[in-house]
Design a protein. Structure first.
Length: 291
């Protein structure tokens, strides 16, 4: 059996979505196994825009859930995925191996994230993906993985087609674990190997435009870390829009927090960011929550 064809077993689903500023609509999704490793089948779910045409290329966002590389759920960015699908993008949420379920390390998670990006690029025609407008996004450890797909030169799965780049063309990061050096998040698990896995320490010329959301009461990601990341990005000539939210803690952007106030605010700002890159057209159909 052709291995790539075996991986491309797709299940079509219809999911009911309700987006702020949008009429209720059905969002078509497909699920695919992007990788099989150590008897673990890793899945991703793709959301398609209304009136999707397979021969057309669509700007795309790939989301990675958070959970400290220990746990988490693929549904974390379901609402963001549905919203951006309603705006005419192809979106995807990715499952990857974590310590609680798979006894794996952050290094394994990075390999999975890169495998997912490569899989989507290899199957770009099947999913209608414009690989020249492909965004990686995520929250907390998922934000780390999003940045890692693009900034880290190593940590590639040996079975991947390494001729295919896993790099995104833009990053949308929600309180990301971005510094794994001494004193940074996860250093106790990573130790002297931090240079391999820390996005902060791998920013080089050509790093893609980035929007970075952070609360100033985040106990895991200090504001100073966000500012240092922005400074290093700008030092190599790259764009980094840093939004700091007063009084907000880690995970503030989730729709379940504060009645969705910061979910709406961050998605709105992400929409404007994507408009500025030419990935979205027209005005945002989501509005900021009332104060």
């Amino acid at each position: 059996m052709n291995f790539k064809k075996a991986l491309f077993t797709v299940l079509g689903l219809m999911i009911f979505a309700s987006c702020n500023g949008q009429n209720n609509q059905d969002v078509v999704t497909k699920e695919a196994i992007y990788k099989v490793i150590n008897n673990d089948s890793l899945m991703l779910r793709v959301y398609f825009p209304d009136n999707f045409k397979k021969k057309k290329k669509y700007p795309t966002i790939v989301f990675f859930f958070g959970g400290g590389w220990n746990g988490g759920t693929i549904t974390q960015f379901e609402d963001q995925s549905k919203y951006f699908a309603s705006r005419g993008m192809v979106t995807a949420v990715v499952d990857y191996r974590v310590k609680s379920r798979n006894k794996t390390t952050p290094f394994d998670a990075v390999k999975d994230a890169k495998s997912a990006m490569r899989y989507l690029k290899i199957h770009a025609k099947d999913f209608g993906i414009d690989t020249k407008k492909m965004v990686a996004s995520g929250g907390s450890a998922g934000g780390h993985l999003a940045a890692a797909t693009t900034l880290l030169p190593g940590l590639n799965e040996s079975t991947d087609d390494l001729s295919v780049s896993p790099k995104a063309t833009a990053l949308i990061l929600f309180n990301p674990v971005i510094d794994n050096g001494e004193g940074g998040y996860g250093y106790e698990r990573i130790g002297d190997r931090y240079m391999e896995i820390s996005p902060m320490h791998n920013i080089t010329k050509g790093a893609p435009p980035t929007i970075f959301f952070l609360g100033d009461n985040d106990k895991h990601i200090p504001v100073a870390t966000g500012k240092e990341y922005k400074s290093r990005m700008e030092a190599v000539g790259s764009r980094c829009d840093l939004f700091i939210y007063e009084g907000q803690e880690h995970g503030f952007f989730n729709k379940s927090k504060k009645k969705g106030k910061y979910y709406y605010e961050t998605v709105y700002e992400a929409d404007l960011f994507l408009q500025s890159l030419g990935y979205l057209k027209g005005k945002a159909t989501i509005t900021k929550a009332e104060n």
